[in-house]
Write a protein that binds this ligand. Structure first.
Ligand SMILES: N=c1c2ncn([C@@H]3O[C@H](COP(=O)(O)OP(=O)(O)OP(=O)(O)O)[C@@H](O)[C@H]3O)c2ncn1[C@@H]1O[C@H](COP(=O)(O)O)[C@@H](O)[C@H]1O
Ligand SMILES: [Mg+2]
Ligand SMILES: [Zn+2]
Length: 129
């Protein structure tokens, strides 16, 4: 198989690489998750973000439950090929399972982490649990 492009990635000891999802329009960082080989291959094939869930130990097609899929416009890696950057369009405008746009909603304020982004939708309405 011609998977030279996948061999180039510096997979960690668990066979994973961190993947950053960035809003293709605004440049905002929406989330960071993990990919294994299969996840990256599927992401490229599908044109939608597929991660590896470390706790659930399975491929995770982002949005499979919430509908908040991520359309992938571009896949990049960095100079030493140990991180993946996805330029995406976020379906529903919500990447985070807390109902916020971005997972990066906590900001250091002195000695405390302050929540600085609004919940756009109640997670109980997004997830049936
Ligand atoms: N939807 C999310 C979600 N969205 C963004 N993120 C971020 O992505 C990171 C995923 O990396 P991890 O390896 O820590 O993921 P994980 O711990 O294996 O995932 P969970 O066990 O938390 O589900 C998290 O740390 C969050 O910052 C999410 N992490 C988990 N989920 C869960 O994924 C499931 C499916 O959600 P949808 O994909 O939106 O349908 C639901 O159960 C959600 O709770
Ligand atoms: Mg987690
Ligand atoms: Zn989140």
């Amino acid at each position: 198989m011609s998977e030279v492009w996948l061999n180039k990635i510096a997979w960690n000891d668990d066979g994973l690489v961190p993947a950053i999802a960035q809003d293709a329009d605004t440049g905002e960082i929406l989330m960071v998750a993990w990919m294994n080989r299969e996840a990256l291959r599927k992401t490229a094939d599908l044109g939608e973000a597929v991660y590896w869930s470390r706790s659930r130990k399975k491929l995770w097609h982002k949005g499979e439950e919430s509908g908040h899929t991520q359309k992938v416009l571009e896949i990049r890696t960095d100079c030493d090929e140990d991180v993946i950057l996805l330029k995406i369009i976020q379906t529903g405008g919500i990447a985070c399972h807390t109902g916020r746009k971005s997972c990066f909603f906590q900001k250091l304020d002195g000695q405390e982490w302050a929540t600085v982004e609004p919940v756009l939708k109640d997670p109980h309405e997004i997830y049936r649990k």
